[in-house]
Write a protein that binds this ligand. Structure first.
Ligand SMILES: Cc1ncc(COP(=O)(O)O)c(C=O)c1O
Length: 398
């Protein structure tokens, strides 16, 4: 055909995978997918070496709490290993509704729906409510699961500058008033450690008739009374329609949740494909999250220790002249600005027994290539000293 003269020969799907540059680089430099030999709290063993974990999201350090471990075992004993079914059909159990009621009560919301992953929950928190023809106003740094939710909804996405109320106001100025609108933000930004300017953003959203969705995966357990999160921290429950998040961070489990009014959650249960066609969270994972919620309300020492460690760690980084992107939370990036510097810094930390994660563009904005670190309540003073020595060494290698 004549047209084929003008079209470039396309790679087959197999060739595309075989020739993928990013995969080749990943396999060559091996920065990701490290399988640890063992773990005890913040201490891991990797390729025969003892290391301190400085990049997990176990903010409250509950993943090794005896009560959480016991709850996992009890959950499996009572209910088996899996429900092997979706909630709508054969997968709903009393422990799901008990966990949902506990989470909803803790977060001051009417209702909650839990699912197998934070990714699934947060994606569905957007995709279930927005539709083609709607406008979704999204902070440009939101998590990939929220972007996927927007894509699946087929609504039109409008980005605004990261955590910038004035820019949101400007973007909103040019859109028709009658179009249904959604505002999507995170409570705490996972890469940057920034707390959302929620009072201003939610107010602008409300003034413009937006339905507001907050993903608080990194605010839960960290901010607010007993760790109730960013919305509680700002006392803005009445300004947020949907509060979603992950149970794989402070709740020391896996899974995710969407909370809101009963009406909204029942609507999600009817319409969300991610909810309808995916199996329910397993008994042990639900039990772990439930036990963590109890601990958060009865053992304040974990939250106190988390903030004490965070303060100490941030001061240490500041003393070394490192750029932490203005992080205000235990998620602390070390911005180095290029992938070469990030790789050298990361390797130097590894050499000194500190495990961190590199995050390079396009996962972060260009020029913001960084080492992602996160503090845990479980880091001991000795851990922090080891981390300090490793950081000082890494700085010298730059
Ligand atoms: C902001 C945010 N939302 C959602 C998720 C997804 O959570 P999960 O890992 O439990 O699927 C993450 C995970 O990194 C996250 O950072």
């Amino acid at each position: 055909m004549a047209l084929s003269l003008f079209t470039k020969t396309k790679k087959t799907l197999i060739e595309r995978a075989q020739d993928d540059y990013a995969t080749k680089m990943r396999l060559k430099y091996k920065p990701y997918y490290h399988a640890m030999d063992s773990q005890q709290g913040t201490h891991i063993r990797l390729q025969g070496r003892d290391m301190v974990m400085l990049s997990s999201n176990d903010y409250l350090g509950l993943s090794f709490h005896p009560k959480v471990i016991e709850a996992c075992g009890e959950g499996a004993k009572a209910w088996g290993s899996s429900t092997t079914g979706a909630r709508i059909s054969n997968g709903s159990r009393a422990y799901h509704t008990a966990l949902e009621e506990k989470l909803a009560a803790f977060l001051g919301r009417e209702a909650c729906h839990v699912s197998v992953a934070g990714y699934v929950s947060c994606c569905s928190a957007v995709a279930s409510f927005a539709q083609k023809g709607d406008l979704v106003f999204a902070d440009k740094n939101i998590h990939s699961c929220l972007w996927d939710g927007i894509r699946l909804s087929m609504a039109t996405a409008e980005r605004f500058s990261h955590n910038n109320p004035e820019d949101l106001r400007q973007v909103l100025k040019s859109v028709p008033h009658a179009t249904p609108k959604m505002l999507v933000v995170e409570g705490v930004y996972s890469m940057e450690g920034h707390i959302c300017s929620l009072p201003e953003l939610a107010q602008i959203g409300e003034d413009n008739g937006c339905f507001t969705v907050v993903d608080d995966a990194h605010g839960l357990g960290v901010l607010g009374r007993q760790g109730r999160g960013t919305v509680d921290h700002f006392k803005l429950n009445d300004k947020v329609d949907i509060l979603c998040g992950s149970m794989s961070k402070s709740l020391a489990s896996t899974g995710g949740f969407v909370t809101g009014s009963r009406e909204l959650i029942e609507y999600l249960r009817t319409n969300s494909k991610q909810t309808l066609f995916s199996a329910a969270i397993s008994p042990s994972q639900a039990a772990a999250a439930s036990a963590s919620l109890d601990i958060m309300q009865t053992e304040p020492q974990h939250l106190q220790r988390l903030w004490r460690n965070t303060k100490r760690y941030r001061e240490m980084l500041k003393g070394l002249g490192l750029d932490t992107w203005g992080s205000e939370t235990p998620a602390v990036p070390i911005v180095l600005g290029s992938k070469e510097l990030v790789y050298r810094f990361w390797q130097a930390l590894l050499e000194k027994g500190v495990f961190t994660v590199m995050s390079i563009a396009p996962a972060v904005p260009p020029g913001k290539d960084l080492i992602r670190t996160a503090v845990s309540a479980l880091h001991s003073d000795e851990d922090l000293e080891k981390i300090g020595a490793a950081m000082a060494y890494a700085v010298k290698q730059m």
